[in-house]
Design a protein around this ligand. Structure first.
Ligand code: PAZ
Length: 343
């Protein structure tokens, strides 16, 4: 019997191609592609020495319903990505900061998700109870001035493009588009993949359209009766391994590709990071453990394994644990202790 052509194609396609043909492209894709194309063309034309990095940051969500009320999320706040983006800008890179919506952003991160409300950085200078101008409190002025200057410089020189994602599907469609747009940059392009991307998802054709009901009977009718004991069983499919396709097909040849590997079990970290490097043939895997990610990371590359640790004396509760990994990748930062920003 002859199979319809469409199913032959679906069977033949690799998992990544199948993923893109069976899940809908995000609404933001066209607009983000236009913004990214302009940004890349601008920096490509400006100087033969201009380097451009795509930094991914924060966690992706996995929606449970198409009209999404509930979704699976992960812990990542985007600290690593936002901090690293600042270091890349300092090193003269143009940065596409591809981040989870509402996660930490370069520069504003110093204030936005602080344990202080941002209003606590402000004061007003009115006399005798009369309203005056809003000013930054004295104790914060020096640092804020410094951060503001860096932020203004990045904006004025068009060095930073902010693009956001929420779901894992948005992330993957846009990653493919951005990597493809970066092709003309060749070895001036870098990928710094710090985002925590879900390994599992619900494909569009298996997803509920509406909010999943807790009071549905087996015949599909809705009851008002309390439904204690009803379980929600969710089946998730694996997300295809996109790093492989990024390295072999989307990214410019000669570009540098740095991925991160997060584990919770110390006994697994090294082997999983090494496995990732061998499997995907990219340049560097930066391994970290959930519990210690602010203090230590391990670089796994063709040259072997290298730990970078923040000395104990410099760790504190208020320390945001940000390391200048960018300097380390470029071989500019000195050996341990790493360059820190106690911001
Ligand atoms: O965003 P954050 O600073 O809280 O965490 C950073 C991180 C642990 C998500 C990142 O360093 C990382 O390991 N990303 C890859 C995660 C993964 O293995 O999918």
């Amino acid at each position: 019997m002859m199979l319809p052509r469409i199913s032959l194609l679906a069977q033949d396609a690799d998992p990544a191609t199948q993923y893109f043909s069976s899940n809908p492209a995000p609404k933001s894709l066209q607009n983000h592609t236009t913004l990214a194309r302009e940004f890349i063309n601008y920096h490509h034309g400006i100087s033969p020495h201009r380097r451009l990095v795509l930094v991914t940051s924060g966690g992706t969500t996995v929606p449970l319903e198409n009209q999404t009320v509930r979704f699976i999320d992960n812990f990542s706040a985007g600290t690593r990505g936002a901090t690293s983006a600042e270091y890349f800008l300092q090193e003269g890179y143009a940065v596409i900061f591809f981040h989870r919506q509402f996660s930490l952003l370069p520069y504003s991160r110093h204030y936005s998700h602080s344990t202080n409300c941002f209003l606590d950085f402000m004061d007003e200078d009115g006399l005798e109870g009369k309203p005056g101008s809003v000013v930054v409190r004295k104790e914060y002025q020096e640092k804020m001035n410094h951060v503001l200057q860096q932020y203004h410089s990045a904006k004025k020189n068009r060095m930073l493009l902010l693009l956001s994602f929420t779901t894992v599907t948005e992330y993957l469609f846009e990653l493919r588009s951005l990597a493809t747009l970066m092709r003309p940059l060749g070895n001036r392009a870098m990928f710094y993949l710090a985002a925590a991307v879900s390994d599992f998802f619900i494909p569009r054709d298996k997803m509920e359209e509406h909010k999943i009901q807790s009071s549905e009977q087996s015949d599909g009718s809705i009851t008002d009766q309390p439904t204690a004991g009803k379980q929600l069983v969710i089946n998730l499919d694996p997300v295809p391994k996109f790093l492989s396709t990024l390295v072999s097909a989307w990214a410019p040849s000669g570009s540098m590709i740095v991925s991160f590997k997060l584990e919770t079990d110390p006994d697994l970290l090294l082997s999983k990071a090494q496995q990732s490097l061998h499997r995907y043939h990219h340049d560097l895997v930066i391994g970290n453990l959930l519990a210690t990610r602010k203090w230590e990371v391990v670089f796994i590359s063709k040259e072997g394994e290298k730990w970078i640790r923040v000395p104990k004396a410099r760790r504190s509760k208020s320390f945001s644990g940000v390391e200048n990994l960018v300097g380390k990748i470029e071989g500019k930062a000195e050996d341990t202790p790493v360059d820190l920003d106690a911001g």
